[in-house]
Design a protein around this ligand. Structure first.
Ligand code: PLP
Length: 442
């Protein structure tokens, strides 16, 4: 039976007693309370006490077209009446076929085969396994190592953690993983005195070549977040690095894995970030925004060359990996509805105008004396704040909520990664309130 509508306070205490929340020290919720959300509409999240919050981080980078989007809702409802789920081993269905065909059209050339997982980390796992297994199937069983960029993030399961360079995780779980080497990140913030972001990228590509020269015989793949390293604090880099990384991986016979889990689906201004380097990777990882932020789904796209190396009579030469919800029909329908919106609303062009508008009204914020490294790629903005508070991120988050904004800084990096449906007026709200918050905290 439906009880009375709960309050924020009811739900906070029940949640803290029964739910172990992710990415959290649970004790901190004593000081910084949880936020129960009752419903969402467009860019707004509504709690149980009549407050609302502008979701400036797209609910952890997944939401593209707003909460409770009528077109995505309708697509899921329609699929729900036909088939909620069926296993994908030995079975197939229209949503997964259509989605694979459409992604093949949209992705950089040559990525004709789609393998499905349920979340971003499993896409990373799939690509790492597939790459090493490819080399074994083609007679190079020593190629079992991987490289990633400094401060990379590719997920938090044990295999994904081995190519994730976050000190906190490495210190906590290093004993469980086979940590892989990292190489210099072309992060423009690291440009030396007198370097441009482009020359910084060129220097880092040389470091990549040095590593490849020495280790290529043992290397299966290089995994990279193209253009923007999200968890590194929205570290942005010059697209020339992608082009050079592709050339070097070809030269040294190492796979290139493009983790576009966060940057894909139009986030950097093109459908996939790799397009801006003019390259196609050997593996393209897609998740997060692909379902519009509705349902967990991930896809690993790869080439016919790799696919053919597994095509044989022996089971053991085939790719050995599965998840219970592989290719879930509801998630695929949400993804197809998301692709429809891209097409029908000419979203990439519309986003260029939105980004230009936001930049045109950003001056008062970016000129604050405590705001550094203001940067923008597509529909991602970020800057560092020089603040006297050691717990700046928590304070900024908390103060944001008081201003009806959901901001979730990473350390001293504040970023905006709003749903693409954000209006001019909402962008104004975002910038003026963020400016107030930063002024209070500096
Ligand atoms: C979020 C993210 C992942 C992991 O995805 P999950 O669904 O959280 O497992 C991997 N790589 C990148 C670049 C991400 O942003």
């Amino acid at each position: 039976m439906q009880k009375n509508t709960p309050t924020n306070a009811d739900l906070i205490s029940r949640s803290l007693s029964a739910v172990w929340h992710p990415c959290s020290q649970m004790k901190q919720y004593e000081t910084f309370p949880l936020m129960p959300i009752a419903r969402g509409q467009g860019v707004w999240l509504h709690d149980y006490d009549g407050n609302k919050y502008l979701d400036a981080v797209s609910s952890w980078w997944v939401n593209l077209f707003g909460h409770s989007n009528p077109r995505i809702n309708a697509a899921i409802r329609c699929q729900l009446e036909k088939l909620e789920h069926v296993m994908l081993a030995g079975f197939t269905h229209e949503p997964v076929i259509e989605l694979s065909e459409r992604l093949r059209e949209l992705a950089p050339p040559g990525l004709g085969h789609c393998f499905y997982g349920s979340d971003g980390a499993s896409a990373t796992e799939i690509a790492l396994k597939m790459s090493a297994h490819y080399w074994r199937n083609t007679g190079q069983p020593d190629k079992v190592q991987f490289i990633s960029l400094q401060n990379s993030y590719h997920g938090e399961t044990l295999g994904a953690l081995s190519v994730t360079d976050v000190a906190l995780f490495r210190d906590a779980y290093g004993m469980l993983i086979r940590q892989q080497a990292t190489i210099a990140s072309p992060d423009s913030r690291n440009a030396a005195e007198g370097e441009t972001s482009e020359t910084c990228a060129l220097r880092c590509a040389e470091a990549l070549e040095t590593h490849l020269q020495q280790h290529h015989a043992q290397l299966a793949a290089f995994i990279i977040e193209p253009l923007v390293q999200g968890a590194a604090g929205m570290a942005m880099f010059h697209p020339i690095y992608l082009k050079l990384a592709r050339q070097l991986c070809d030269k040294y016979d190492v796979h290139l894995i493009a983790d576009e889990i966060a940057v894909g689906m139009g986030r950097t201004g093109t459908m996939f970030a790799c397009e801006q380097g003019g390259i196609a990777p050997d593996f393209l990882l897609i998740s997060k925004g692909i379902t519009g932020g509705y349902l967990p789904l991930s896809i690993v796209m790869t080439t016919d060359k790799i696919y053919q190396a597994f095509y044989a009579t022996e089971t053991a030469r085939g790719f050995l990996h599965s998840h219970s919800y592989t290719g879930n029909p509801l998630a695929c329908r949400a993804a197809l509805a998301t692709l429809d919106i891209f097409e029908q609303d000419n979203v990439l062009a519309a986003n260029r105008q939105k980004a230009a508008f936001l930049n045109s009204i950003a001056q008062p914020l970016r000129e604050l004396p405590f705001v550094k490294n203001w940067r923008n790629t597509g529909m991602i903005w970020a800057f560092e704040v020089v603040s006297p508070h050691a717990d700046f991120a928590q304070r900024c988050f908390q103060l944001g909520l008081q201003h009806e904004l959901l901001l979730r800084p990473m350390g001293n990096t504040v970023y905006f990664m709003p749903p693409y449906v954000i209006s001019d007026e909402e962008m104004h709200i975002l910038l003026t309130r963020t400016k107030n918050i930063i002024e209070t905290l500096t």
